[in-house]
Design a protein around this ligand. Sequence first.
Ligand SMILES: Cc1cc2nc3c(=O)[nH]c(=O)nc-3n(C[C@H](O)[C@H](O)[C@H](O)COP(=O)(O)O)c2cc1C
Length: 338
Amino acid sequence: MTAPVIDAAAIHPISLRLHTLENNLVLAPMAGVSNLPFRLIAREAGAAMGVSETISAKGLVMGGHKTRRLLDTSPREKPVAFQLFGSEPATLAEACRRLADEGVEWIDLNVGCPVKKFIRNCAGSSLLRDLPRAVRIVSAMRQSFPGTFSVKMRTGWDDASIVAPEFARMCVDEGAELLSVHGRTRAQQYTGRANRDVIREVVEAVPGTPVLANGDITRAADVFEMLRDTGAAGVMIGRGSVGNPWIFQQALELAQGGALRRPTPSERYTTIEQHIDLMRRAFSDPTAFASNLKKYVAAYSKGMHGGNRFRQAALQSSDLDEILGLTRDFFTRTDRAA
Ligand SMILES: Cc1cc2nc3c(=O)[nH]c(=O)nc-3n(C[C@H](O)[C@H](O)[C@H](O)COP(=O)(O)O)c2cc1C
């Protein structure tokens, strides 16, 4: 394996027409995960911005209450991108108009989601099989939205149809200002490795437009390898930040010549407490709070001594107070260091 290249110049701001990202580390959109509490935790840990969970354009236009909850935000997380999915250009354009009227400053389009429900509805990565439709959507959204507009894509439908470089060019021709590329095909789902060569091809296809490279960044050092291998302007980090939001701070510190520093048990617990507090405010329904909480405390305990037993107990419970108690007991024990 090539030695990681920690290069101070690798971390830098990204300037767009209307926004400047203070660095080039971005939290990926993750349904059920990249909600307001976690986006704020990631920002606190050093991410320059977060992208929301994916939001149905149709649901927004129809005024669904659950859909609207996904727009929850706070001035503290500016800038934030709200990601839309859909298949009908007119519906996506209407959703963009409404969000612009509500003051949303950044919209991202989902051209990557591989799940069957999306595919059946010609949304998400299904659009990679129908570029004319994808381009009509990009164009309609761009024309209806004066704010920052970006597109997140996979590399293609399958290995025989790698279209990301071509599609990226089309998006930029239509006015997309930033692109994110998850280096996998739809057929790969989440298996195999993210293909950095294709990400590089995208970067080279759209000179002048920032590309965020995404996929398999699990350690801070991976940020630098990804940037070196792809030439991308920045990175987007998903699963590697769940339970480890410190990955953003660690990358920033490595770039400044620091050593990799893991959070002390007390720093870890401080973050978890902050996260719990944000969840408490975000979830008025105790059942939803409990299920969100379990997801994160399980992730925070990964790699910690006794973590298996803690996860078993916490994941089995549906009682909010019990999960909170188990969490406090587990993370305040000083012999749990990861
Ligand atoms: C639980 C989960 C939910 C996701 N939801 C979305 C989503 O709503 N929109 C999207 O564009 N990508 C979504 N993704 C894909 C991620 O944004 C990212 O592209 C992918 O996980 C690869 O990056 P990673 O290896 O850093 O996690 C999701 C991924 C996961 C694991």
